[in-house]
Design a binder for this molecule. Structure first.
Ligand SMILES: Nc1ncnc2c1ncn2[C@@H]1O[C@H](COP(=O)(O)OP(=O)(O)OP(=O)(O)O)[C@@H](O)[C@H]1O
Length: 277
């Protein structure tokens, strides 16, 4: 958990009144998100959670600078976000490593492009490969690794570029349940070691509660912030295992609260669909 002194400071990421309107074929428009505002503090893990189509990925893509907001603005370290930049590292659901490069070369790649010397990038890569617990596989190619291991390489590659914030779009969505737990637990240890700030998109309630210090729950049509929740039941710590979280006082209450909000959103959706019929 980030130290309390950081929490009072200005936010690492500030999202202010952001909206996104897409233009569809035939001139129609769709408001994907509307008036989204939230802060992420330095060292925090913040989860964007909500039903399918509420605009989580749209918000993340705008923070990444891959899309421009139609209204509002976003600031990282007080500087307005305007297009992609290496200060914002992105990890996607599908594995994005280069198949023709070893794990080591994959992790070194961004540093090489940025002109880091061979010796320095070797040492840095070793550090990050150790962090993702793949030292034994540093000379392997991605196709020789499991899905979870490939995703770990993607995380190391991104962190090796020294981002100010790590953006993750359902990074564990394609993994089986057991690997997903392992990855989430490893993610906690990576954040504790690297101190990186994280904004992660998920629709998995348990994942959001396990990983996040702050959960931004979004509602649909158009997507907006329904609730900004600090996971207070964690009492200033992060859990190292799911079992530890499930046994913690307050876990079931927050889980139930979020489940109700999810059901509520789904009900609203069904009612809207019926009205349209
Ligand atoms: N490029 C686009 N053009 C038109 N509409 C889009 C585009 N991208 C997203 N949308 C629409 O914006 C809304 C939000 O989409 P988005 O993918 O951000 O939601 P999400 O919450 O991440 O969904 P999921 O959990 O299913 O991935 C949806 O209605 C979607 O159809």
């Amino acid at each position: 958990m980030p130290p309390k002194s950081f929490q009072a400071a200005s936010p690492k990421l500030a999202v202010r009144g952001v909206g996104k309107r897409y233009r569809l074929n035939g001139g129609k428009t769709i408001d994907a998100v509307h008036d989204v505002s939230f802060d992420v503090m330095e060292g925090e893990i913040c989860a964007l959670l909500g039903p399918s189509g509420c605009g989580k990925s749209t918000v993340l893509r705008m923070v990444a600078g891959l899309e421009d907001p139609s209204s509002g603005a976003m600031f990282l370290d007080n500087a307005q976000i305007d297009g992609p930049h290496k200060s914002r590292g992105m990890v996607f659901q599908r594995y994005t490593s280069f198949d023709w490069m070893t794990v080591q070369k994959n992790v070194e790649y961004g540093m090489k492009i940025n002109g880091v010397s061979k010796a320095d990038r070797g040492a840095q890569a070793d550090h990050f490969i150790q962090m993702i617990q793949l030292s034994k596989f540093k000379n392997a190619y991605p196709c020789q690794l499991s899905g979870g291991m490939q995703q770990r390489v993607a995380i190391a590659r991104t962190l090796a570029n020294g981002p100010s914030i790590l953006l993750m779009d359902e990074p564990f969505g394609a993994l089986d349940a057991e690997t997903k737990w392992q990855m989430q637990e490893l993610m906690i240890s990576i954040v504790e070691t690297s101190k990186v700030t994280v904004l992660i998109v998920t629709h998995d309630i348990e994942e959001a509660i396990f990983l996040a210090d702050r959960i931004i729950f979004m509602s649909r049509h158009p997507g907006t912030v329904r609730e900004n929740m600090v996971t207070e039941f964690k009492d200033g710590r992060r859990f190292s295992s799911h079992e530890e979280m499930i046994e913690a006082k307050g876990f079931h209450e927050i889980e139930k609260k979020i489940m109700h909000m999810m059901r509520d959103e789904m009900r609203n959706d069904r009612e809207e669909a019926l009205q349209e019929c």
